[in-house]
Design a protein around this ligand. Structure first.
Ligand code: AMP
Length: 221
């Protein structure tokens, strides 16, 4: 982690990022590129759940029932997991949050936590709004199942349920952010990996860094 943080240009501030979108939208892939390039520290609630399941912890034993069915793990459990992980982030690191928040209660808690810590954040939403785009996501997940070893990728019915759950329970999180005038950076999830990643870098990360720099320059002058 320390090596990654050292990759930052001195004095450049990167935004705390939430990577948001339906299963298969490319959050993990885009996250990997951002981590490599900017030294982000990832908190992925899906990964945390999988670690708990692997270790068969009490939280993992409960979580797996929901995960294997393509359902959301109850807020109480996921929030506890998220809070524990969030505490571990070094103060000078920029978190990249993947898979959280996924319900309105999670969103509210997340917003309160960030506000309390004096942290602002940018939301990147990778979208699949048309039937064709959703179909492309299912195909991606079926393909990913061949290598990911993820039980919840293996069954097309579970994949479809995860997309249904996203549309019913998670999509509203974006609506609530919008209603509170949160600036959401949206891009279709279907496209070239590198094209999308360049867009995130230019439109979100670099523009934010420039805004912070402009404010600091103004304060100095
Ligand atoms: P992911 O790797 O983000 O697709 O997450 C895999 C599974 O973990 C999801 O299908 C849920 O069962 C569970 N999960 C991950 N993050 C959350 C969350 N924020 N709220 C509820 N369940 C979650």
């Amino acid at each position: 982690m320390a090596d990654k943080i050292e990759q930052r240009e001195v004095g450049v501030k990167y935004p705390d990022l939430v990577l948001f979108g339906p299963p298969g939208c490319g959050k993990e892939t885009q996250g990997n590129i951002l981590i490599e390039k900017f030294g982000y520290v990832r908190i992925s609630t899906g990964n945390i759940c999988r670690e708990h399941v692997k270790a068969q912890t009490p939280l993992g034993l409960v979580a797996q029932e929901y995960m294997y069915a393509g359902e959301l793990v109850p807020d109480k459990i996921i929030i506890q997991m998220f809070q524990e992980e969030f505490k571990k982030i070094p103060g000078d690191a920029s978190p990249l949050i993947d898979g959280f928040p996924r319900t309105e209660d999670q969103r509210q808690l997340f917003h309160e936590m960030m506000t309390k810590e004096g942290r602002d954040y940018e939301v990147v939403a990778l979208t699949a709004n048309t039937e064709d785009e959703e179909k492309a996501l299912v195909e991606r997940l079926v393909e990913r199942a061949k290598t990911s070893g993820r039980t919840d990728d293996a069954d097309p019915d579970v994949i479809r349920n995860r997309l249904k759950v996203y549309n019913e329970k998670t999509g509203v999180v974006l609506d609530r952010w919008k209603a509170e005038n949160k600036n959401i950076h949206k891009h279709s999830a279907i496209g070239e990996i590198l094209g999308i990643s360049e867009w995130i870098q230019k439109e979100v990360v670099e523009k934010y860094s420039q805004r912070v720099k402009d404010v600091l320059d103004q304060e100095i002058s």
